[in-house]
Ligand binder design. Structure first.
Ligand SMILES: O=C(O)CCC(=O)C(=O)O
Ligand SMILES: [Fe+2]
Length: 318
């Protein structure tokens, strides 16, 4: 007889979130645009992600990413483990009950901050990650730190603004498009716009001294144990928090982006992401927004870009 040896299947989700808990999380998510969930992912899943991130993230290439020690966009394409998380009924239930949306997984990203050095991203919204869907379409992120975050010790997490106080919606709807339009019009008028003009506007609107007074005042910063996550919608203004002195050398995080399943492609918005990169001739961090669809108005989740739509669709049978 051979000893009966079986590999334990990955559970992904560590605990039951009952109806009452999910409804109270949903209420918070609706009000604030974000919610912290405790003890969601199991150790096997976290270890898997950690190993893969370690092997995939690299030194930054784009100026906008230099706040990180290592970073990667477009991770986990056709990854069996991540695909089966999207198929997991407990996971689907959590995502649907809290967001009240049927979601489609688009992208995975990895981030690493180095102690006392990396500043990460300043106040921002998901201009790049959600820059190919209509401004009004729903999108959200699961942010999953891979190192413990203690706000009273080393910090190194994120800060975020409740959407019922200040929402970042105006950035998608008005500011991002008008910044590109301003640069374009100056270019057309032979007014010689400079990369610096663009960068100051792109990063400056949410980080100018007066806006910072408000954002810093209303910022929420949480502790995270390994397995805890932050779920936040695309309108939540957020920033990285520096990892301060202490035992941890670096803080890593994995982010998963989702869009509402019926979101459509906004080609002008996607091309707007490219315009400054072409004009000022610097590399972008991702071409996902160009590759994902070819036609304006196309349903993104049905695009030929995704080889297996069912693996990414958090389908809910009602
Ligand atoms: O991990 C970080 O510091 C930044 C993460 C972030 O901005 C995001 O996931 O949108
Ligand atoms: Fe972000």
């Amino acid at each position: 007889m051979y000893p009966s040896f079986q590999v334990k299947p990955m559970q992904y989700i560590n605990q039951e979130f009952n109806y009452t808990i999910l409804e109270s999380l949903a209420k918070k998510f609706k009000e604030q645009g974000f919610v912290k969930l405790i003890n969601v992912f199991d150790n096997d899943f976290i270890k898997y992600i950690e190993n893969k991130i370690e092997a995939s993230i690299n030194a930054p290439i784009d100026r906008y990413q230099t706040g990180f020690n290592r970073i990667a966009f477009d991770l986990f394409v056709a990854d069996k483990i991540v695909d089966s998380l999207m198929q997991n009924s407990k996971f689907r239930n959590i995502m649907f009950r809290i967001t009240k949306k049927e979601l489609f997984y688009t992208q995975g990203l990895g981030f690493e901050l180095e102690k006392n050095k990396s500043t990460g991203f300043p106040w921002h919204i998901g201009t790049q990650s959600f820059g190919y869907q209509q401004a009004s379409d729903f999108g959200c992120t699961i942010w999953m730190p891979l190192d413990e975050i203690n706000t009273k010790k080393q910090r190194g997490g994120m800060a975020y603004i409740p959407e019922n106080i200040i929402s970042g919606k105006f950035m998608y709807e008005d500011i991002d498009p008008s910044i590109v339009r301003y640069i374009k019009e100056r270019y057309q008028n032979n007014d010689n716009p400079q990369l610096e003009d663009y960068l100051q506007l792109r990063d400056g609107i949410l980080n100018n001294p007066y806006m910072k007074v408000l954002l810093d005042h209303f910022a929420v910063e949480d502790d995270f144990a390994i397995g805890d996550i932050l779920l936040f919608n695309k309108n939540v203004i957020h920033r990285s928090i520096k990892l301060e002195e202490g035992a941890l050398q670096r803080r890593r995080a994995f982010a998963m982006r989702f869009i509402e399943n019926h979101s459509t492609y906004d080609q002008e918005r996607a091309l707007n992401l490219e315009f400054p990169r072409q004009l000022f001739n610097y590399p972008g961090c991702s071409t996902f927004h160009l590759d994902v669809c070819g036609q304006d108005g196309e349903i993104i989740a049905k695009s030929r870009y995704f080889s297996n739509h069912d693996n990414r669709h958090l389908f809910i049978s009602k």
